[in-house]
Design a protein around this ligand. Structure first.
Ligand SMILES: Cc1cc2nc3c(=O)[nH]c(=O)nc-3n(C[C@H](O)[C@H](O)[C@H](O)COP(=O)(O)OP(=O)(O)OC[C@H]3O[C@@H](n4cnc5c(N)ncnc54)[C@H](O)[C@@H]3O)c2cc1C
Length: 465
């Protein structure tokens, strides 16, 4: 079908200001934080499920692909339009429909920004814990589609643990409702959990029901430094083994501590790694918990222990952790950011193996992340202009995934597969598993028009069957 004619048909479905076709807009909605880029045919901004049903009806009829999009902060290209299709930006469906304080639940549209929802529920003494570092701009719809998590996952879990029900428009042009407003529901297959983390390949969420919990007491923070990364990782295991569950347990190695602004923070000479511990237990048991954690730090060989209680002190320590990502470009311009995860007890082994890998490929590999979940951000830094470094960086990715899988882990704890990790999915999932996933995909999307090219790659033997 003639693309111009198709776009004109869309103008009969969407409001006049809800279809963008200028080249600037097509570029702006064609990439995400992975730096992968595509150019769509047009961008549309739905305001109802009905519009999406009509869109799917036409896209299926004319074979034009559809690419759902939240804020475009994904790290793997999952929202990038690989083919000339329609980018469906959910950013204008951004209403908080209801906050139910009695049931401690809320109902939102997918374009609500995560941090906005958190601030809103806090006004009622409630708490929505999932806290990806992108929470000031990423959307709840994107968080659900990627199963996003953050530092608090160690205690409170990830987005998946808070999704109660979903209203989803599927490519066969139907609106399905999965899950329940009741806390418990075991009727039928749990399609809600299947849809969470499906990276926009099965349907487009239009309403989301979330569980909330009572807001905890204001947290305290501790920064602990060590002369070896292994000792720092050991502390994480020892804290959890001692049955303390901090609300964050973040790891930073010396190469990241060397590039961030540490002024006003005591980092002793010889520091090779640090752990940031956030504790939000009720205030009446807090002193006792802190005393025990201090003890574990000391017997674990801590070089220094700095505690922060005031908002200002806490902000300083969190700033240190949150400023790592942007500061990495001081090491090299090229960065491959992997977010591998391993069972927690082998975290110290992973940290050691990454140091060995860095020496083996002769590239800096700074590491930081959510140690409490065994989930580390491993940054393979290289000079894009140096062909040798480029090749060694690719080798490092393959080697890293082998190490992680041998330790019983996963190639992605948070960011998902998108486009970037499709070549590696087979290292983790068997062909039988992938084929079954493909059959599920085809049940939702028989014509493969929804977010094609993500999760699966065309040369999987079963594609096309
Ligand atoms: C600085 C920075 C820090 C980050 N920190 C974290 C972190 O700590 N933890 C973490 O998990 N991630 C993190 N991320 C990655 C990213 O923010 C998350 O993956 C986030 O969930 C993506 O949300 P988004 O709204 O930007 O979605 P997008 O990037 O626009 O889309 C992501 C996926 O969701 C799909 N999608 C979006 N909306 C819908 C919908 N309504 N229905 C169906 N599918 C939809 C898209 O098709 C795509 O597959 C970070 C990214 C940046 C840039």
């Amino acid at each position: 079908m003639n693309p111009e004619k198709f776009v004109r048909e869309l103008e009969s479905i969407f409001d006049s200001d809800a279809v963008l076709t200028s080249s600037e807009d097509l570029v702006a909605y064609g990439y995400d934080a992975s730096r992968l880029q595509g150019i769509p045919l047009c961008v549309v901004f739905p305001s109802s499920s009905q519009q999406l049903c009509e869109l799917f009806d036409r896209s299926v009829r004319y074979g034009i692909p559809v690419f759902p999009r939240g804020a475009g902060s994904g790290m793997t290209g999952a929202a990038v339009p690989l083919e000339r299709g329609i980018v469906v930006s959910m950013e204008r469906m951004n209403r908080i429909i209801d906050i139910d304080t009695e049931n401690m639940t809320c109902e939102v549209e997918p374009g609500v920004v995560t941090g906005v929802l958190q601030a809103e529920v806090e006004k009622y003494g409630l708490f929505y814990p999932p806290d990806p570092s992108s929470l000031q701009f990423s959307t709840i719809g994107g968080n659900v589609a990627t199963g996003a998590g953050g530092p608090r996952a160690v205690k409170y879990g990830v987005t998946r643990d808070y999704v109660m029900w979903l209203e989803t428009v599927v490519p066969i042009g139907r609106v399905i409702k999965t899950g329940s407003k009741a806390i418990k529901s075991v009727v039928g297959y749990d399609l809600t959990r299947l849809l969470v983390g499906s990276e926009g390949t099965l349907g487009i969420f239009t309403r989301i029901g979330l569980r909330l919990i009572p807001a905890p007491d204001p947290s305290w923070l501790i920064l602990v430094t060590f002369s070896s990364p292994h000792a720092a990782a050991d502390l994480v295991c020892n804290i959890l083994k001692s049955r303390f569950i901090p609300s964050a347990l973040e790891f930073m190695d010396s190469s990241v501590l060397n590039i961030v602004d540490t002024s006003g923070i005591a980092i002793p000479p010889g520091t090779e790694a640090a752990i940031l511990i956030e504790v939000d237990d009720p205030l009446f048991v807090r002193e006792r918990v802190m005393k025990d954690i201090h003890h574990l730090c000391r017997i674990g060989g801590a070089l220094s222990i700095e505690q922060a209680r005031s908002d200002e002190e806490k902000a300083r320590l969190w700033k240190l952790r949150r400023s790592i990502s942007p500061a990495l470009s001081k090491i090299r311009i090229g960065k491959i950011n992997e977010d591998v995860a391993v069972p927690r007890k082998v975290l110290p082994d992973l940290v050691v193996r990454i140091r060995e890998l860095s020496r083996e490929v002769d590239l800096p590999i700074p590491v930081f992340g959510h140690a409490g979940d065994g989930n580390l951000h491993v940054n393979i830094m290289y000079d894009p202009k140096d062909p040798g470094e480029r090749t060694r960086a690719q080798t490092a990715v393959s080697r890293l995934f082998e190490i992680v899988l041998n330790l019983g882990g996963t190639i992605s704890g948070e960011h998902g597969v998108g486009i970037a990790k499709t070549p590696f999915v087979r290292k983790e999932l068997s062909d039988d598993t992938l084929e079954l996933m493909w059959k599920i995909k085809r049940a939702f999307d028989p014509r493969n028009i929804l977010n094609p090219g993500k999760l699966f790659i065309p040369n999987h033997a079963f594609i096309g069957r």
